[in-house]
Design a binder for this molecule. Structure first.
Ligand code: SF4
Ligand code: SF4
Length: 292
């Protein structure tokens, strides 16, 4: 089993377009399990026509809850709460959005009126797609622990890959360089970084390459929309060469990408320039995966 994780140092580089295309191409010759590890904005499924098979709750951190029957309104919890989450009054309550779950009030309450209750912070799903099972998740607004949810999605997808003896686990990771990205790249045989020829694309590429190097993950780069800024494209190619990072392909700007998104299908279902380039990229990636 090989694990290919697709990342981008920033959003908007075409990472999910590439992930959907690679899912389509890989499934033609390999058994594939898919994971969308962008739990804040999962959208790989938009191009894969998923049919949900399972839905599960994700429990995040805990928040304080006060039992009004037991509470004696002594005010001690409001005194110790450093996050101003306790609302004193005729009935003492906790604002769940302000509560950080530190449990100081729980330990200080003289009558044990406070319980620390696990919060339902999101959901994760298993779906069938044309190219293999898809594991994805949705973190509720305002919730933390996206790294934990990414880890959960990846663990479940990895177990499915092992159970099915599938050949490839393909992970569409989150943008950026934070905790969810680190969770997404864990265990990768190859990290494919999709970037674009802009100043911010070049800048964020250096940052995400630094993260991959720190965690000793083998990286490769795919440059999208190359023809939009040839000078920046050269800068990115030079960055890859300096660091001995393979540049596995360049994709032209192609309106066919937007048209395929509107249709809700991978761009490689068609025959445009970018589809041809992605087929070449997939051939190169297979070689890198086999040599890993
Ligand atoms: S510390 Fe306990 S008893 Fe006192 S106000 Fe808070 S919940 Fe009520
Ligand atoms: S758990 Fe901490 S943050 Fe939440 S209400 Fe109690 S003291 Fe405040």
């Amino acid at each position: 089993m090989k694990q290919l994780v697709i990342l981008s140092g920033k959003g908007g580089t075409g990472k999910t377009t590439v992930a959907a295309a690679l899912a389509h191409l890989a499934a033609q010759t390999h058994s594939v399990v898919l994971a969308d590890a962008d739990v804040d904005a999962a959208n790989l499924g938009l191009m894969l026509a998923p049919v949900t098979q399972e839905m599960h709750d994700f429990t995040g951190g805990k928040v304080a809850e006060i039992d009004p029957v037991v509470c004696s309104a002594c005010g001690r919890c409001a005194e110790v709460c450093r996050f101003d989450a306790v609302r004193a009054g005729t009935v003492t309550t906790v604002d769940p959005l302000a509560c950080e779950g530190c449990a100081a009030c729980y330990y200080e309450c003289p009558v044990e009126a406070i319980t620390m209750t696990p919060q339902r912070a999101g959901q994760w799903f298993v779906a069938d797609t044309r190219y293999g099972p898809l594991y994805h998740a949705h973190l509720f607004a305002g919730q933390e622990n996206s790294g934990k949810l990414v880890t959960l999605v990846k663990q479940m997808a990895r177990l499915r890959t092992l159970d099915d003896q599938a050949e490839l686990l393909l992970v569409d990771g989150p943008p950026g360089i934070g905790c969810p990205v680190i969770a997404a790249l864990a265990g990768a045989d190859l990290v494919l970084i999709v970037t674009e020829p802009t100043i911010s694309g070049a800048h964020d590429l250096v940052r995400i390459l630094g993260v991959a190097a720190h965690f000793q993950a083998r990286a490769a780069v795919l440059l999208n929309k190359t023809d939009l800024n040839p000078a920046q494209a050269e800068t990115i190619a030079a960055t890859c060469a300096e660091r001995d990072i393979p540049l596995v392909g360049t994709l032209p700007y192609d309106p066919a990408v937007t048209e395929s998104m509107v249709r809700g299908e991978p761009v490689t279902m068609g025959d445009g320039a970018v589809a041809a380039a992605l087929r070449e990229v997939w051939a190169v990636l297979q070689a890198h995966l086999q040599n890993g």
